[in-house]
Design a protein around this ligand. Structure first.
Ligand SMILES: [Zn+2]
Length: 84
């Protein structure tokens, strides 16, 4: 168990309820990483139900820029990246 995959942030989904980007885990749960973690440079999204995790590929500067762009505080609730 461990690293499951490498995922680009574009391929993850913003989950408003969890306030985190999510990606399907093979166990049926979701890998999760919050915007705050991303902005802090964290790049590992973990699944709360198993020991797998994915490495998130993203541009930290772009995330920070998006936060500023939207006038969204990183601590705030609104996602900085638009949901599809
Ligand atoms: Zn899992």
């Amino acid at each position: 168990m461990g690293l499951y995959d490498e995922v680009e942030i574009e391929d993850m989904e913003w989950n408003e309820e969890l306030e985190a980007f999510t990606y399907s885990c093979p166990c049926g749960d979701l890998f999760q990483i919050s915007l705050k973690e991303l902005a802090a440079g964290e790049d590992v999204a973990r699944c709360p139900s198993c020991s797998l995790y994915v490495q998130v590929i993203y541009d930290q500067a772009a995330i920070a820029a998006k936060c500023r762009e939207g006038g969204t505080n990183i601590e705030g609730k609104a996602p900085a990246i638009p949901v599809s």
